[in-house]
Design a protein around this ligand. Structure first.
Ligand code: P5A
Length: 444
């Protein structure tokens, strides 16, 4: 891809309306464009990153056996009246009337709709557990949409739902998601810590928010620092192994402010290990038993002939919010250098040839390198403009490919100036550069 032909509308300066660095970078480098308050169009660069995040989230859901479906964005009010949430949800719900004057709504979440799907088909305990998910736009008419896509009104969410026969089986499902979330965020190169949290309008009494540290985050957290040293590398999905994994985390005090208890904090955490800070909620999991299955009549036949309402949980990941969260974690706004984790980078390599009207040889070399990279499954972007070196570097540092290849006049025939973005350049053979890039891709 040539920079001159790509739709990456880069601004010279930071837009004044953006208060946090992720919002600044996303507008500056043209990843998104506001359409109205809290509602955005996703331009190529932003869309590429979001789609890559979505795919990692999908792979990790599939890995634990969750089945993908797609539910609509527009829902009927009837099911929400059945669950009793139609009135409770208040002004955050966008309510619409169709031409028959039927009350519809733009889904803020899907507990009701998925329960309706489940109850229509599943009648026996023999079909349990059922784990379903979809990745779909949501709408919440937030009082204060802000920080760009971090708190949008329209946003992209992965939401999964579990249906089980008993509390014990339901906790097993819950723990599968607990593990899956640790793996997902790790693949995105983020340290997300599960914190005991309030359940709000979703309901239930067991819940964890997955939070990454950031001064600009909206969640206040109280935690034992040592939780950050835990290795989230579990792969074992046995019931007991999953229980142990959760215990390993729950040994350390880690809560959001609604769950905070000063006395408990001081008793459980020694002074030197206390950490009070802020973070971004990138995921949230809930267990709420029969809160929806009971009023909506979602029951199954049990082994002895009796019936019971299924026990449910729901599990969300903010896919669009994650684009901003990764920038908060990886963008150095002082040096104006972004380095995307290779797993979600819109381009893996930026090729920067020094070109002028009289000498196009560097561009030819760049095109050849780009072809060689493509053969090796590495995606690159070439800055084919005739701008000066520092202006080219400034743009590519904002675009944030994890690697850069610079081609100057003096570049020898078989050597390239290769840079891990933000580090020093070194002159190496192209094959060596390819090897380094491939190694990073594999380890991710
Ligand atoms: C869990 C899945 C739920 O809605 N029902 C289905 C449950 N949980 S939640 O915590 O309310 O949302 C899940 C995740 O979605 C992201 N999120 C948002 N992202 C951007 N803008 C918003 N306004 C917004 N609201 C929620 C968060 O990452 C949250 O963890």
């Amino acid at each position: 891809m040539y920079l001159s032909k790509s739709f990456i509308p880069i601004l010279k300066n930071n837009p004044s309306e953006a208060k946090i660095k992720s919002h600044q970078l996303m507008l500056r480098v043209g990843m998104i464009k506001q359409s109205s308050a809290g509602i955005y169009s996703w331009l190529p660069l932003g869309f590429k990153v979001m789609k890559k995040i979505e795919q990692i989230v999908r792979e990790e859901q599939n890995r634990i056996g969750v089945q993908e479906i797609l539910m609509p964005t527009i829902q009927s009010s009837e099911i929400w009246k059945e669950s009793g949430r139609y009135e409770d949800y208040g002004e955050e719900m966008l309510r619409i009337k169709d031409r028959q004057n039927r009350e519809m709504l733009y889904g803020p979440t899907n507990e009701e709709l998925v329960t309706d799907i489940f109850r229509a088909s599943v009648k026996s305990y023999k079909s349990l557990p059922q784990l379903l998910y979809h990745i779909q736009w949501k709408f919440r008419d937030e009082v204060r949409p802000r920080f760009g896509i971090m708190r949008g009104r329209e946003f992209y969410m992965k939401d999964a739902y579990s249906f089980d026969i008993s509390d014990e089986e339901a906790f097993f499902s819950y723990n599968k998601f607990f593990l899956s979330y640790l793996r997902t965020f790790k693949r995105l190169d983020l340290t997300a810590i599960p914190m005991a949290a309030d359940t709000g309008p979703i309901g239930g009494n067991l819940s964890h928010e997955f939070i990454i540290l950031a001064d600009t985050g909206e969640s206040k957290i109280f935690t034992d620092k040592r939780i950050f040293e835990l290795d989230s590398d579990g792969t074992n999905v046995d019931k007991e192994a999953l229980k142990d994994l959760r215990k390993k985390y729950e040994k350390f005090y880690a809560v959001t402010d609604e769950k905070f208890n000063e006395k408990e904090f001081e008793e459980k955490v020694s002074q030197e290990n206390r950490l009070i800070t802020k973070g971004i909620e990138v995921g949230h999991i809930f267990y709420f038993g029969d809160k929806y299955s009971k009023p909506m009549g979602a029951s199954v036949d049990l082994p002895g002939g009796k019936k019971d309402f299924v026990k449910m949980g729901s599990y969300g990941i903010g896919v669009s919010r994650l684009v901003g969260a990764i920038i908060e974690a990886k963008y150095d706004e002082k040096s104006e250098i972004m380095k995307w984790p290779i797993s979600v980078a819109p381009y893996e390599v930026s090729i920067i040839p020094m070109i002028n009207k009289n000498d196009q040889s560097a561009l030819e070399k760049a095109v050849n390198i780009s072809k060689e990279l493509m053969v090796n499954n590495i995606v690159s972007i070439i800055d084919d403009t005739e701008e000066n070196f520092s202006s080219k570097m400034r743009k590519m540092n904002l675009i944030g490919s994890p690697f850069q290849i610079i081609i100057g006049k003096q570049t020898d025939a078989d050597l390239v100036e290769f840079k891990e973005t933000g580090n020093e350049a070194k002159k190496i053979k192209l094959e060596e550069a390819i090897k380094i890039i491939k190694e990073q891709k594999v380890s991710n």
